[in-house]
Design a protein around this ligand. Structure first.
Ligand code: SAM
Ligand code: SF4
Length: 327
């Protein structure tokens, strides 16, 4: 049932992304500086009870789908407790998790048992040495094993997210795409956004999705596909003939998908952001801790949700890293 509140541009908001931590066990070159970021003090971070209360108040206003993200959500202790608490909120139909996958082999079963529906996993390379170079951490895991663990636990359809960087991992585009010939996975290529504190990556490293699709068409014809999304997502999907999996492109740098945007974000410190890239945010945490209702603030926040973000005009610079706002 779609009941989400409508924003000023007629978009129905039913999807909440919840960042549960700003910390991470990786230091992906495109996301976080090697030395980390000034982490939020513990007392500023919403407790699991507070996150659940936000969801309990937004569910009657039409929020029915949740994504748990970060930072790396699986490093927050007892994440399964939060999943179970959210699962019990009336009106919540779907709960997904975004993760770098390191902990999936050990956690997939318990996450499923707690009520998680699906996972999205970052996977920027299939080569162990390169994974280490991009993540700048030496954690023994392989994305394929993590994706298989998620699938075995019933957390499918698995989506793999690959941030494509020219000269760094763009020679693996074909290898990732071929995974869809063998597995019912949805491999999504994300255009690099040169945001946050990164110093090494610039607009020169962005590979436009049209170029990615042209290269993949050399493997086999790519037909347009409905893809796995329920409701509107940012990806456009394609499929090789007869393939069990699909290929998606997410194009923040070259095409806008803001007209269909159905989502808002809750940061780890309890701010509601109506756009990933804008500055607009409202302080849910203080209102919640004062025992006041969130509905009036929520309505006011939706009234400020921008029509579209500024990346297309290449007006970036000074934006917060995605790990801080729950990318
Ligand atoms: N740690 C989890 C993960 O890596 O999936 C969840 C948080 S991460 C910030 C969410 C997504 O944002 C990942 O798919 C990541 O690749 C993407 N991301 C982060 N920084 C990005 C950037 N500068 N450009 C494009 N995508 C980015
Ligand atoms: Fe961590 Fe995800 Fe950012 Fe990589 S993309 S540093 S895994 S939050």
């Amino acid at each position: 049932m779609t009941t989400g509140m409508i924003d000023q541009f007629g978009r129905r908001i039913e999807y909440l992304r919840i960042s549960v931590t700003d910390r991470c066990n990786f230091r992906c070159t495109y996301c976080m500086p090697l030395e980390g970021l000034p982490w939020l003090p513990r007392e500023d971070i919403l407790s699991y009870e507070e996150i659940t209360e936000v969801v309990r108040q937004l569910a009657p206003l039409g929020v029915s789908r949740l994504r748990i993200t970060g930072g790396e959500p699986t490093i927050r202790p007892q994440l399964t407790t939060l999943i179970a608490m959210l699962r019990a909120v009336p009106g919540i139909e779907d709960i997904a998790l975004s993760t770098n996958g390191v902990k999936l082999p050990q956690m997939a079963e318990e996450l499923k048992a707690a009520g998680l529906d699906r996972v999205n996993m970052s996977a920027d390379s299939l080569r162990p040495e390169r994974i280490r170079e991009i993540a700048r951490r030496s954690l023994s895991f392989h994305p394929i094993q993590s994706a298989m663990a998620a699938e075995r636990a019933g957390l499918g359809p698995v989506k793999l997210n690959t941030v494509v960087m020219r000269g760094i991992n763009d020679d693996e585009i074909e290898d990732f795409a071929r995974l869809t010939l063998e597995h019912p996975w949805h491999v999504r290529f994300i255009e690099l956004m040169p945001v946050g504190e990164m110093r090494e990556l610039t607009f020169e490293h962005v590979v436009p999705s049209d170029e990615i699709l042209a290269r993949l068409s050399a493997i086999a014809p790519l037909g347009a596909d409905a893809g796995p999304e329920r409701g509107n997502g940012p990806a456009a999907y394609y499929r090789f003939p007869g393939a069990p999996g699909s290929i998606g492109v997410i194009t923040p740098m070259t095409h806008t998908y803001c007209g269909d945007c159905n989502r808002v974000r809750l940061t780890a410190d309890g701010r509601l952001r109506t756009c990933l890239y804008g500055d607009e945010e409202v302080n849910f945490r203080d209102t919640l801790r004062a025992g006041e209702p969130l509905a009036p603030l929520y309505a006011a926040a939706l009234a400020t949700k921008p029509r579209e973000h500024a990346l297309l005009q290449m007006k970036v610079g000074g934006l917060r890293a995605l790990s801080e706002i729950g990318g």
